[in-house]
Design a protein around this ligand. Structure first.
Ligand code: PEP
Ligand code: MG
Length: 615
C-alpha cells in the first residue's frame, strides 16, 4: 500500500516525532520517500535526515498486515498538519474510565538509588529500627482513616513491613547500608504491598515524603487532576485528594501482569479513578500542569497530552455518556435479553469488583487472581470466604467459579508448574491435593450461595470426568455441583461434542483460543474476529446446542463493539464481560436485532474483521 501527501510544513523535530510515534504503533514497518531520499518511519534520525520541506511530496509505503491502516494513519496526520490529537500514547487499562485533568507529577527519579554516607553497622541498624517504627505508625494512621473495605487491603502490609524490616536489619549488621538492605529485601516484588512497605521504609530513612508534599499542593492545579507517577503504591492511591480524577502510572515497578489486580488498582477501582499503566517514556513526556486526557475504556488505553479542544470536548461527552449509561443499566439489559435472547454476565477478578445490577450472574470468577499475591496456597476457609464475598456482591445471582487457571504464561507463585505446557486443568490434575482443596471450598460455598464450577483449558471430555470424580469423592452435595468446560484450546474444539456432553454448560475462552489458533499473543481481543477463530466458535456453539448445553463467551471479544454483535450472531447464549465494560456492551447492542447480528457474523466470518470497523 502506498499513499502520497503534500507536506503542509517541514518535517522538523515535533512533526517528525509525531510521525515516528505513530509509525511505531503500527503492526507493519513504514517507509517514507521524499525526492529520492528514503527513511524508516520508526527512526527519528532517518526521518529528520530526509530534510523534507513545506510543499514537498511525501510518499508513504508499507506492506503486510495492517499496512492500509498504517499508511492512512500517517497520511491523515500529515494532512491534519501534525495534529497531536491523532497520536495518543498507549498503555494498559488497569481501571476503566475517562479522566481529564491537569497533570500532577509524582516522580522519584534516582531517589532510591542514592548511596547515603556509610555509617557503622550499629548505627545503620538503629536507623532501620527507627524507620520501621515510623512506617508502622504511618500505616496505622492511614488505615484508621480508611473505610473498612479499603482497610482490609492493607492488613497484610503490617506483617510484610515487620518481616522486611527484620530481614533488612540483619543485612545492616552484615555491613549493608539501611537503604541497600531495604532495596535488596524488597527486590522480588510479588505484591505491590511490598512496594508500599519499601516506599514507607525509604521515606522513614530520611528520604522525605515527596508525594505527601506534592499532594498537599494539589489544589493549586484546580478541581480536576490527573496524577502521573513512576511509583504507584496502594498508599499513594489511598491518600489521593478528592480533586484527583485519574492516574497515569509508569510500569517499571509493578509485578508482571498484576496491573489490574494490584492493591493499587483495586483501590483506584473502588474510588472510580481510571488508571492507565504506561511505559516510562510516556510518563516522562508529560510536564507538570499539562492537560491530560486518559481513556482506559479500550485496550490499549490511550493517553493524550495537551490535546486540542475538539478532543477534550469529545472526551467530556463520552465521559457524560458513560455515567448516563450506567444509570438505568438493568432495564437496558432486560430489553437486550428480551430482544436477542443473550444473557449478560460479568467477569470478576477480585472481591472488590462491582457487580452491576441487572446482570444474570458472574460468568467467570478468575480465582487465580483472587489469590495471586500469596506466597503459599490459600486455606480452604479463605477460599470459601472469597467466593461468598463475590456471591454477596452479585446479590445472590449465580457465580461461575473457575478453578485455578495457572501455569505457562500465567504463573501462580504457590502452584509451580513442572512442565511449561501444563496449564489450567492439566496443572490441577498434576496437583490433585490442590484441585481437591479448591473443589471442597466451592462445595462449602455452595451450601450458602448459588455457584457452579468451570474447568479451565479443558483438553477433552476426560478432564471433565476427572473433575467430576474428584467432586464425587467429596460427598453427595459436592457431586451435585454443576460443572462447565472452558473451551479455549483447538483440541477441545475438535472434541467439542463429547466435551459438551460431559459438561453441564460451556464457556468459550476466546483470549486463549485466538492466541493458540493464530499463534499470536493474547494482547488484542479482536484477534478472535479472525475468520479461522470464528469458524471454531460457530462449531462449538452448534455442537454444544446439539447436546442441549448453553454457551457463554467470556473472552474480551465479548466486550468489543463489533465482537459482541458477532458473538450474538453466532448464537451464544451469554456474554460475560468486565463490569466496567458492561454498559458499553449493552449500549452497542441497543436497537440491534438478532438478524443484524447474524448477518454481521456471517460477513465477518467470511472476510475477517471488516475494514473501518471500530473497536
Ligand atoms: C479466555 O481465555 O478468553 C478467558 C476468558 O480466560 P483468561 O483470559 O482468564 O485466560
Ligand atoms: Mg483463558
Amino acid at each position: 500500500m502506498k499513499g502520497t501527501v503534500l507536506l503542509p510544513q517541514a518535517l522538523h523535530a515535533r512533526p517528525a516525532n509525531l510521525v515516528v510515534r505513530l509509525a511505531s504503533q503500527q503492526p507493519s514497518p513504514i517507509r517514507l520517500h521524499v525526492g529520492g531520499r528514503s527513511a524508516d518511519a520508526r527512526k527519528i534520525l532517518e526521518v529528520l535526515a530526509l530534510g523534507a520541506q513545506k510543499g514537498d511530496v511525501l510518499e508513504i509505503a508499507s506492506e503486510g498486515a495492517g499496512s492500509d491502516e498504517a499508511v492512512s494513519a500517517i497520511a491523515e496526520l500529515v494532512s491534519r498538519n501534525f495534529d497531536a490529537d491523532l497520536v495518543p500514547d498507549r498503555g494498559s487499562p488497569a481501571v476503566e474510565g475517562i479522566a481529564i485533568g491537569a497533570a500532577l507529577l509524582l516522580r522519584h527519579d534516582g531517589l532510591e538509588a542514592e548511596a547515603p554516607p556509610a555509617r557503622g553497622p550499629e548505627e545503620e541498624h538503629a536507623r532501620l529500627v527507627r524507620a520501621q517504627a515510623r512506617a508502622a505508625e504511618e500505616l496505622r494512621v492511614l488505615m484508621e482513616g480508611l473505610a473498612p473495605e479499603e482497610r482490609v487491603l492493607f492488613e497484610p502490609e503490617e506483617a510484610i513491613l515487620r518481616e522486611v524490616a527484620a530481614a533488612a536489619a540483619e543485612r545492616t549488621l552484615a555491613g549493608e547500608t539501611s537503604e541497600q538492605a531495604v532495596l535488596a529485601t524488597t527486590q522480588d516484588a510479588r505484591t505491590d504491598l511490598l512496594l508500599d512497605a519499601r516506599a514507607r521504609l525509604m521515606d522513614g530513612l530520611g528520604h522525605g515524603d515527596a508525594d505527601g508534599q506534592a499532594l498537599a499542593q494539589a489544589g493549586e492545579l484546580g478541581n480536576e487532576i490527573v496524577v502521573v507517577t513512576d511509583r504507584l503504591t496502594p498508599s499513594l492511591v489511598a491518600r489521593l485528594p478528592r480533586q484527583v480524577v485519574g492516574i497515569v502510572a509508569a510500569e517499571d515497578d509493578l509485578p508482571a501482569g498484576a496491573a489490574r489486580t494490584s492493591h493499587a488498582a483495586i483501590l483506584a477501582r473502588g474510588r472510580e479513578l481510571p488508571l492507565a499503566i504506561v511505559g516510562r517514556h510516556v510518563a516522562d513526556a508529560i510536564d507538570a500542569g499539562d492537560l491530560v486526557v486518559v481513556d482506559t475504556t479500550h485496550d490499549p488505553a490511550r493517553v493524550w497530552c495537551s490535546p486540542g479542544e475538539t478532543l477534550v470536548a469529545d472526551a467530556r461527552a463520552r465521559r457524560r455518556r458513560r455515567s448516563a449509561n450506567s444509570v438505568g443499566l438493568a432495564p437496558a439489559i432486560a430489553a437486550a435479553f428480551a430482544r436477542l435472547g443473550t444473557a449478560f454476565l460479568v467477569n470478576v477478578g477480585s472481591v472488590h469488583d462491582r457487580v452491576p445490577e441487572g446482570v444474570a450472574g458472574v460468568g467467570l470468577l478468575r480465582t487465580e487472581l483472587l489469590f495471586a499475591g500469596r506466597a503459599s496456597a490459600p486455606a480452604e476457609a479463605d477460599q470459601v470466604a472469597a467466593i461468598l464475598a463475590v456471591a454477596r456482591a452479585a446479590r445472590g445471582a449465580e457465580v461461575t467459579v473457575r478453578l485455578w487457571d495457572a501455569g505457562g504464561d500465567k504463573p501462580l507463585p504457590w502452584l509451580p508448574s513442572c512442565h511449561a505446557s501444563e496449564r489450567g486443568v492439566a496443572l490441577l490434575l498434576a496437583h490433585p491435593e490442590v484441585l481437591r482443596a479448591q473443589l471442597a471450598a466451592v462445595a462449602r460455598a455452595a451450601q450458602r450461595a448459588k455457584v457452579r464450577v468451570l474447568v479451565p483449558m479443558v483438553r477433552s471430555a476426560a478432564d471433565i470426568d476427572a473433575v467430576r470424580r474428584c467432586l464425587e469423592s467429596l460427598g453427595p452435595s459436592a457431586a451435585g455441583l454443576r460443572v462447565g468446560a472452558m473451551i479455549e484450546t483447538p483440541g477441545a474444539v475438535e472434541d467439542a461434542a463429547s466435551v459438551a456432553r460431559a459438561s453441564d454448560f460451556v464457556s468459550i475462552g476466546t483470549n486463549d483460543l485466538a492466541s493458540l489458533v493464530l499463534g499470536t499473543g493474547r494482547a488484542d481481543a479482536t484477534q478472535a474476529l479472525d475468520g479461522r477463530v470464528l469458524r471454531l466458535i460457530r462449531r462449538v456453539v452448534e455442537l454444544s446446542h446439539a447436546q442441549g448445553r448453553g454457551v457463554t463467551v467470556c473472552g474480551e471479544v465479548a466486550a468489543d463493539p463489533l465482537g459482541a454483535r458477532v458473538m450474538v450472531g453466532l448464537g451464544v447464549d451469554g456474554l460475560s464481560v468486565a463490569p466496567s465494560r458492561l454498559h458499553g456492551t449493552v449500549f452497542v447492542l441497543e436497537g440491534v436485532s438478532i438478524e443484524d447480528c447474524r448477518a454481521v457474523a456471517v460477513s465477518v466470518e467470511a472476510r475477517g474483521r471488516p475494514e473501518g470497523s471500530s473497536s
